[in-house]
Ligand binder design. Sequence first.
Ligand code: SF4
Ligand code: SF4
Length: 288
Amino acid sequence: MIISVASGKGGTGKTLVATSLALSLKDREKVQFLDCDVEEPNAHIFLKPVITRSEPVYIQVPEVDDRKCTYCGKCAEVCAYHAIAVILKQVLVFPHLCHGCGACSYLCPEKAVSEQGREIGVIESGYSNGLGFVQGRLTVGEAMPTPVIRKLKEQINGEGIVIIDVSPGTSCPVVQSIKGSDFCLLVTEPTPFGLNDLMLAVETSKELSTPCGVVINRAGTGDGKVQEYCAKENIPVLLTIPLDTSIARLYSRGVALVEGMPLWKESFVELFDSIQEIVHERSRSVKR
Ligand code: SF4
Ligand code: SF4
């Protein structure tokens, strides 16, 4: 069972939900936690893992052999990212724009392009208080989180429950993180901004054919439009967390909600049971 915890909007409490869900389930199932928010991983603050392994992530960028190159311009023509340019008798490569797709080396008629690995981030893995833990870190100044996320997801061990902490937004890194999940838990807040970004996140999960449910954080603020939207779209609201300064205090001290307030554990276990029911019901109806 792979559960992605996402939010269209940053700062909604996604990591609070993801870490508490993982910690609530670890005594009952094998749990692996993946922090796919590789531009700013912060689940480690709450889970305090022991990192036992660190592995660099590379993308393949082109290197041109001037002795073979005829400056025909084909490589620049096929590069969708403008990462390679041919100016008179010079081929310029812009490594930070290169997505490592390999098109230039594949299509170079002179076989003048070879590929060199360029480090863009790191995968760190270890354990945390009974949980398997893996996080990706994109090197500061690098622009492409997706290859790091792809590499990070290769670490999924396929046992028990996998909880994925997804980056905010609805762009490529989010799609890459959610892809292949059994369920997408969307964390939002009951404000017009929260609703707007929730709607985008719901569209993303529909595009990926991943069933979703909602957690409303900081309930009691804003308006009732998020609930109205969920009811209209038939999206279950699976958990509501009130606006509470004690929760905010725990968060600011780097204490997971269910560790600072163990009474919440039961709510997260119930949340998981609801997710499991939805996923099983869906797989039954697909078989029918
Ligand atoms: S496609 Fe090959 S031969 Fe043509 S300019 Fe690029 S590197 Fe040179
Ligand atoms: S590998 Fe792809 S993205 Fe990079 S320079 Fe070549 S064509 Fe462009």
